[in-house]
Design a protein around this ligand. Structure first.
Ligand code: AMP
Length: 682
């Protein structure tokens, strides 16, 4: 395994101090960092003598750049013959064709050859101080046992296995075991309800599920196996459920269920890896879109792994021997790319965090940093905002001197949270990288690092495109905006290896959503501002998707559930600014005329329904009962107006002339005012 050393972090610190505090650290000059020491492949790129030149080269000579890093950083069974074959206008994306490799070999075997006893995973269990360390050798053995177990139970190359587990070594081994035998995995966040899980199992056509008896998070036990039992009742294709034991409490086992650990012990610790084509599916991951149906985004083998590894190495300045602490759940793309694939491809040591930021108290993250000696900490703005409110003493209590880089992901980080993260958590000496990306992009696309060693970092801005990424802004007519100090729809102008290839069983939806809005470009669904200096700042979603605590949820998905309530005639869901969650869920409900119900009872019923059918995080923060919704003459709900009302932007309601009955808006404004005075929804 190769990871370059060098002086990147010292140079980062020097520039950072200058920009943020107006002073510089006394460190060697930035010029002592040469580009080939930073990225050895750069030695072969003509005319590249600085890191910004490297970024320009990676975009202008994308094929040359990606071919060189793919050859250098992945272990191939047979080499690729074509670097890329992409046509964004048709949604055709292929990288490294002809190449064969195995992702689990890249994440495990090659490190076992060089450093078998290096720690691959540190499982930070819910109970503080009970962490479990797993070496590369142990993780390979466990992965092989799971791979053999799956094979013995008939799982074949091309099948899709659904994994419904909290972050734990066996979940990682299960993901890698799928990769080893050529099956795809479909990890479903263990906070999703039985119905949401069932929908994802059916859509993914999984006949095999892996789960645990119970989950443990924040001191609470959740009945994950029972949730799977309920889910599979509506999934006739499911043939087997492997059940691992997270707690000692037995659960009811049926003929379909297999005791995972017991059966694994019967398996060999060697498992022949499948030779996979670069473009075979590695995994599906479901995410919300603007319709009620979640999309199973498809990521493939070589391009995804390479992109996760390269971004992990360069955005966070990860070096051999560092302990990388991404606290996201493995059920989200952040957990896939930065708890599992990126760090393991780089031979790194990665933390799997099972708990919450406030269990057993608000010092949990920083106590973990001290105990595990974490060097890079990667978390979400919602948690930072929450912890900020508990005060600095919870941070000061613990030694954070190992920290080198702080990362933020999932939603925009407001300046107050950014400053606190930088000043209090990082003692003002760690670069904060606000990383913008999405399930669709596979890895980080815009972040302050990597950059020239003396480059500034501006609080709350994702700033700079990663290698090979060419962001563009589009105006309302669909033209590329070339000037700076301007906003637009954020697109990416050329393909990169980490991008999703399609939506499972629905390529048409993939092209319609991402490729057709701006033909020839990948449309992200986000808006962005480009500053005078050319830095990017994400301004939020442009579609009907809201971001609650860093998790995407389509307003249509919640409306679908709310409308199933027998007393509800119709509803409209919008997001609103929430000072901890980023966005909260605001539901407008019109009750059926014929029913006599207490609003409080309906509210409770709606909360229960959303929690049961989707997940707790999607539950309404605020429910406003209205007589009518604002609609156009053609009957479309004008959510734009509702959004303005809940944000109290009454001067910006815009053109109301197309409304069927403009008087309805006044009623809603008054109802909202009443509600605010009663319950302070923020
Ligand atoms: P997901 O696919 O669930 O990771 O959600 C991706 C979405 O989260 C993006 O489309 C953005 O709307 C939002 N997002 C992620 N990271 C950032 C960031 N650093 N700044 C602003 N928004 C972000």
């Amino acid at each position: 395994m190769w990871l370059p050393g060098g002086c990147a972090s010292r140079c980062v610190l020097s520039s950072f101090g200058r920009r943020i505090f107006g002073f510089s650290f006394h460190l060697p000059s930035a010029r002592t960092c040469n580009t080939a020491a930073f990225m050895p492949e750069a030695a072969g790129f003509e005319g590249v003598s600085s890191r910004s030149a490297l970024q320009e080269f990676s975009v202008a000579s994308s094929e040359g750049f990606w071919a060189a890093v793919a050859r250098q950083r992945l272990s191939w069974i047979s080499p690729f013959h074509t670097v890329q074959d992409c046509d964004l206008s048709r949604g055709k994306i292929k990288w490294f064709e002809g190449g064969k490799l195995n992702v689990s070999v890249n994440c495990l075997d090659r490190h076992v050859h060089t450093c078998p006893e290096r720690v691959a995973l540190i499982w930070e269990r819910d109970e503080p101080g009970s962490e479990v360390k797993v070496t590369y050798r142990q993780l390979l053995e466990t992965t092989c046992r799971v791979g053999n177990l799956l094979r013995r139970h008939g799982v074949k190359r091309g099948d899709c296995v659904t994994i419904y587990m909290p972050p734990c070594p066996l979940a990682v081994a299960s993901m890698l075991a799928c990769a080893r035998i050529g099956a795809a995995h479909n990890v479903v966040f263990a906070g999703f309800s039985a119905e949401a899980l069932a929908e994802r199992i059916r859509d993914a056509q999984s006949s095999t599920i892996i789960t645990v008896n119970q989950g443990v998070r924040g001191g609470k036990v959740t009945e994950l196996k029972k949730t799977v039992d309920t889910a599979v009742q509506s999934c006739p294709a499911v043939q087997q459920v492997f059940v691992a034991m997270r707690t000692e409490n037995p659960v009811v086992m049926t003929a379909r269920d297999v005791h995972m650990e017991e059966e694994m012990l019967k398996e060999d610790v060697v498992c022949e890896p499948a030779a996979m084509d670069s473009e075979d599916t590695l995994f599906l991951l479901y995410t919300s879109g603007s319709t009620g149906k979640p999309k199973g985004l498809v990521h493939t083998q070589a391009g995804y792994l390479l992109y996760a590894a390269l971004t992990h190495r360069y955005v966070f300045d990860y070096h051999d021997g560092d302990v990388f602490g991404c606290v996201a759940d493995i059920g989200w793309i952040t957990g896939h790319s930065y708890s599992v694939y990126g760090p393991l491809a780089n031979g790194g040591t990665t933390v799997l965090f099972e708990s919450t930021p406030i269990y057993p108290d608000p010092g949990r993250y920083w106590e973990t940093v001290q105990r595990l000696k974490i060097n890079q900490f990667y978390g979400a703005p919602t948690a930072i905002r929450l912890l900020l409110k508990y005060g600095d003493q919870w941070v000061h209590k613990y030694d954070r001197s190992t920290l080198k880089t702080l990362g933020s992901v999932g939603e925009p980080i407001n300046t107050e949270a950014w400053e606190w993260y930088h000043r209090v958590v990082g003692d003002g000496r760690c670069p904060v990288v606000d990383t913008w990306w999405q399930t669709e992009t596979g890895g980080i696309c815009i972040a302050p690092r990597p950059s020239d060693p003396d480059a500034e970092i501006v609080p709350g801005m994702a700033m700079r495109p990663f290698f090979g990424i060419k962001p563009v802004l589009m105006d309302t007519e669909g033209n590329v905006v070339t000037s700076n100090n301007t906003s637009g729809a954020l697109c990416i102008a050329q393909p990169w290896p980490g991008m999703a290839r399609t939506i499972h069983k629905n390529h048409q939806r993939f092209t319609e959503t991402y490729c057709q809005p701006y033909p020839g470009y990948f449309f992200t669904g986000d808006g962005a501002y480009r500053s005078q200096e050319g830095y990017y700042q994400i301004t939020g979603r442009l579609d009907d998707v809201i971001n609650v605590s860093g998790h995407r949820i389509g307003t249509a998905e919640i409306e679908d559930v709310v409308n199933q309530c027998s007393s509800v005639a119709e509803s409209a869901v919008v997001g609103y600014s929430h000072n901890i969650k980023g966005q909260g869920v605001y539901v407008f409900v019109v009750l059926k005329k014929s029913v006599e119900v207490q609003e409080a009872n309906v509210s409770k019923q709606l909360n229960d329904m959303v929690s049961k059918k989707i997940a707790k995080y999607a539950c309404p923060d605020c429910i406003q009962f209205v007589r009518r919704l604002p609609k156009t003459r053609s009957g479309k709900i004008m959510r734009r107006v509702l959004r303005k009302v809940v944000e109290c932007e009454l001067n910006g309601l815009g053109d109301l002339s197309t409304l069927d009955d403009p008087a309805v808006v006044q009623e809603i404004i008054e109802g909202h005012r009443d509600l605010l005075s009663k319950q302070q929804p923020r």
